[in-house]
Design a protein around this ligand. Structure first.
Ligand SMILES: Cc1cc2nc3c(=O)[nH]c(=O)nc-3n(C[C@H](O)[C@H](O)[C@H](O)COP(=O)(O)O)c2cc1C
Length: 221
């Protein structure tokens, strides 16, 4: 598989097979992803791997807590700007619409939509998970570096037949995750990432999201 194929075939996978992911395979992916670039070669990314039984334990803890706190614990950063403007608002709306359409969930069925959203907190039944954090002293530049690290992981996963879904939704459970993992106080949780073998039969995995035309994002002088 070449880079173009990996980029073209990577999608956010939201249904996984039960097949476990060997920790050595995750180690291999992470070692390679460390080749991602970062300003000043700071390598500001931190990643926590939660696999197998430890992940089941974490899912159980969240499942118990989510009943009383469906919105989690609040976030330490704004996942989206509080007053998201156009064209981003429409893109976000369309993304949701397409996801629910793929699943056959009608717009007005708020309960089914909530149920689908809640699957975030089971990592969409992925057998392995990653959490990404960053030292609180870091600024915008280093958060970008963290994003590149995450993209490298996602592409390397595709090459190995694995699927991923980056999940900022996990930022809403930063306290519980921090305690469970033992994330030091000086680090802020950014996101989680589901990791596993994609379920090829699952309708949700047929979604191919749109992209804005190049003319909307690129300026050629
Ligand atoms: C940083 C980041 C956070 C994301 N958080 C979530 C999330 O919490 N839940 C979810 O279902 N998808 C999440 N996504 C997936 C996006 O919705 C997805 O990347 C986008 O719709 C484009 O679709 P594609 O990944 O299939 O190309 C996230 C993606 C990124 C890059």
């Amino acid at each position: 598989m070449n880079v173009t194929d990996a980029l073209r075939s990577r999608i956010s996978v939201r249904a996984f097979l039960d097949d476990p992911v060997e920790t050595d395979l995750i180690r291999d992916i992470l070692s390679l992803a460390c080749r991602s670039p970062s300003g000043g070669n700071l390598q500001p990314w931190k990643v926590y791997v939660v696999n197998g039984a430890r992940l089941s334990q974490l899912k159980d803890i969240i499942a118990a807590k989510i009943k009383d706190a469906p919105r989690g614990e609040g976030t330490e950063y704004d996942i989206y700007p509080p007053a998201l403007g156009e064209p981003y608002l429409s893109r976000r709306f369309r993304n949701g619409e397409q996801l629910y359409k793929t699943l056959g969930i009608p717009r007005e069925d708020k309960s089914l939509r909530r149920e689908q959203f809640a699957r975030n907190f089971r990592f969409f039944d992925a057998p392995a998970a990653l959490f990404f954090s960053i030292d609180r002293q870091m600024g915008i530049g280093q958060w970008v570096d963290l994003g590149m690290f995450m993209q490298s992981i996602m592409l390397l996963a595709v090459e190995r037949g694995l699927g991923t879904c980056a999940q900022e939704a996990w930022a809403t459970w930063h306290k519980t995750i921090g305690e469970f993992i033992g994330i030091p106080e000086n680090e802020m949780l950014f996101a989680g990432m589901a990791l596993g073998y994609p379920d090829p039969e699952a309708p949700v995995n047929t979604l191919r999201t749109e992209r804005a035309d190049l003319s909307e994002i690129a300026t050629f002088l």
